[in-house]
Design a protein around this ligand. Structure first.
Ligand code: COA
Length: 172
C-alpha cells in the first residue's frame, strides 16, 4: 500500500458554540467537544485508510481554556502515524477571535482508530510519511503513546513496552 502524508489525511470542521452546547457558565460542554473531535478524527482516519474505522482509545485530551457561547471553533485532524491496523489521529482545536480573526489553540486530543472489515476484524492500513518538522515529531512520539495506551488498557505488559520500560522498572 502506498504511504500517505498527514496532509492527505487532513479533515477540518468549523462550528459555532450554541446555547444547547454549553453548561450554566455558558462554556462549551467537554462532552460536546469530545463528540466533535471523535467525528472529525473519524473522517481523517477514513481519508487515510478508506475503510470503516472504530475508536479504540482516546489517549489524551487537554482542555486548556474555556470555549464560550458564540465562539467559533475550528477542529483540524490529521493521522500522525499508522501501524498495522491502527492509526493515531491528532486533533488541534482553535478558537477564533471574532474581531481580528486570529486563531488560538484551545485544546488538543489524541485518538486511536482501528480500520476494520465488515466483521469488525482489524485490517491493514497504509503507512504515514511525515513531511514537516511537527509531523515528524508527532510521528516519532506515536509509538511511545501507543505502548502507553496499550499498557493502560491492560493489553501490553510494561516489561514488553520497548519504548517505555524505563518508566516501569518495578515491573521488570
Ligand atoms: C478496536 C478493536 C477492533 C480492536 O480489536 P482487538 O481484538 O483488540 O484487536 P487487536 O488486539 O488485533 O488490535 C488491533 C489494533 O488496535 C490496537 N489497539 C487495540 N486497543 C488499543 C488501545 N487501547 N490503544 C491503542 N491501540 C489499541 C492494537 O495495538 C492493534 O494495532 P496494530 O494492528 O496497528 O498493531 C476492538 O477492541 C473493538 O471493536 N473495540 C470497540 C470499538 C468501538 O466500538 N468504539 C466505539 C466506542 S463507543
Amino acid at each position: 500500500m502506498k504511504p500517505k502524508t498527514p496532509k492527505e489525511t487532513e479533515a477540518v470542521s468549523t462550528k459555532i458554540v450554541l446555547p444547547n452546547d454549553t453548561n450554566p457558565l455558558n462554556h462549551l460542554f467537554g462532552g460536546r467537544l469530545l463528540a466533535w473531535m471523535d467525528e472529525i478524527a473519524y473522517i481523517s482516519a477514513n481519508r487515510h485508510s478508506r475503510r470503516v474505522a472504530v475508536t479504540a482509545s482516546i489517549n489524551n485530551v487537554s482542555f486548556n481554556q474555556p470555549v464560550k457561547l458564540g465562539d467559533t471553533v475550528t477542529l483540524k485532524a490529521k493521522v500522525s502515524r499508522a501501524f498495522s491496523s491502527s492509526m493515531e489521529v491528532i486533533i488541534d482545536v482553535y478558537v477564533e477571535n471574532k474581531s481580528t480573526g486570529e486563531q488560538k489553540t484551545s485544546n488538543q486530543a489524541i485518538y486511536t482508530f482501528v480500520a476494520v472489515d465488515q466483521f469488525n476484524n482489524p485490517i491493514e492500513v497504509p503507512q504515514i510519511k511525515p513531511e514537516t518538522e511537527l509531523e515528524t515529531e508527532r510521528y516519532d512520539a506515536a509509538l511511545r503513546r501507543k505502548q502507553l495506551s496499550l499498557i493502560l488498557a491492560g493489553k501490553l505488559k510494561p516489561s514488553e513496552a520497548t519504548e517505555l520500560k524505563a518508566l516501569f522498572t518495578d515491573y521488570n
